[in-house]
Write a protein that binds this ligand. Structure first.
Ligand SMILES: [Zn+2]
Ligand SMILES: [Zn+2]
Length: 357
């Protein structure tokens, strides 16, 4: 049993609170991780709008040290450094056995509730709940990485990097020379940018309202940056000699941006939806040219990565200097500062504030 403060969203449309929770020991097939750092992802904030259940312990982008393992866990031992993978696969459903773990029908949580708040079981966000000093995850939720990567950077591997770099490398499989447009240059968007760079894309065109983010996008691999205005579609057409983009990534979750992205597609082009739209959002578009120009709209969850293979690989890339993260994470906060950060957009927070636990 561990006692720790945690960040709890008690109901929709309110700010989360800091309160003590109790975390139980790991059971068979589970791992207890002492969380060292946890990034604040847009999805944490979006829970204030549309969490499926409240109360809920927030946080899902974390890294830490294994504190204890349950029976039957052999891939990690206490002291190992791990990244939290909030997409632990069942390895048993028809998709998993066919090698498509990214389509797993039964993403794993713990076998029962492991966190208690005010005497009641407390659900955790995305089978994680990393805004807490301890988290119990299913074995696949703790992915070991090298020990020399700083925890504040390693945390980002667990969501922003997995989703963004994975979207470019695996979901969309950007090929050398492809023309890529990224709509939205936040923590995930900038990782799509560097994923496209790592895939040796040709033109990498980044569109955002924020000039500072566009500057960073150039550091991360953008070949062209554009302000997010009505002229963006025409600008993309001009930059691609009228052909349009092979890949457009929407990384904000706004239907109007998705529609703009559709208008930017080349023949055979793919719009990849990375941003989480509101659960009620709908998209009105003309399907005819999707038939005649063989275009595709596809969804992307967690960048279609294979966490056991890719999270350690991303750690190696960061340590080798090929994956950039230092510019994303410039602000570190304490756990009790998190509710304030959710409330006050004017606080300087960098692209990805990280909670140090
Ligand atoms: Zn996230
Ligand atoms: Zn499965």
């Amino acid at each position: 049993m561990k006692h720790s403060p945690g960040i709890i969203l008690t109901q929709l449309a309110t700010l989360p609170i800091v309160d003590e929770v109790v975390v139980a020991a790991p059971e068979r097939g589970e791992v207890l991780v002492q969380v060292q750092a946890s990034g604040i992802c847009h999805t944490d904030l979006s829970y204030m709008r549309d969490a499926r259940t409240t109360p809920v312990l927030l946080g899902h982008e974390g890294a830490g040290v294994v504190a204890a393992v349950g029976e039957g866990v052999s891939h990690v031992q206490p002291g190992d450094h791990v990244v939290i993978n909030w997409q632990a696969k069942c390895q048993r459903c028809r998709h998993c056995v066919a090698g498509r773990q990214d389509l797993c029908e039964a993403v794993q949580g713990t076998a029962g509730p492991r966190v208690t708040w005010r005497g009641q079981p407390l659900p955790v966000m995305l089978n994680a709940g990393t805004f807490c000093q301890y988290v119990v995850v299913p074995a696949g939720g703790a992915v070991p990485i090298r020990r020399d990567m700083p925890f504040e950077k390693a945390a980002l591997l667990g969501c922003a990097v997995a989703t963004g770099v994975g979207a470019a490398l695996y979901t969309a499989a950007v090929a050398p020379g492809d023309t890529v447009v990224i709509l939205g240059a936040g923590g995930v968007g900038l990782n799509v940018v560097q994923g496209a760079r790592l895939a040796h894309a040709g033109s990498i065109i980044v569109i955002d309202l924020d000039a500072a983010k566009l500057e960073l996008a150039q550091r991360y691999g953008a070949t062209h940056v554009l302000p997010g205005d009505d002229a963006a579609v025409a600008a993309v057409q001009r930059l691609t000699a009228g052909r349009g983009a092979d890949h457009v990534f929407e990384v904000v979750g706004l239907p109007e941006l998705m529609l703009r992205g559709i208008d930017m597609l080349a023949r055979g082009g793919t719009l990849t939806l990375v941003g989480a739209a509101a659960r009620t959002a709908t998209l009105p578009f003309a399907p005819r040219r999707f038939m005649s120009q063989q275009q595709t709209i596809r969804g992307c969850i967690y960048g279609n990565i294979r966490p056991e293979r890719d999270l350690p690989l991303f750690a190696d890339w960061y340590m080798a200097g090929t994956l950039l993260l230092d510019e994303l994470h410039t602000v570190t906060v304490a756990l009790d500062e998190v509710p304030e950060l959710f409330n006050t957009p004017h606080i300087p927070r960098g692209i990805r504030p990280v909670v140090r636990l």
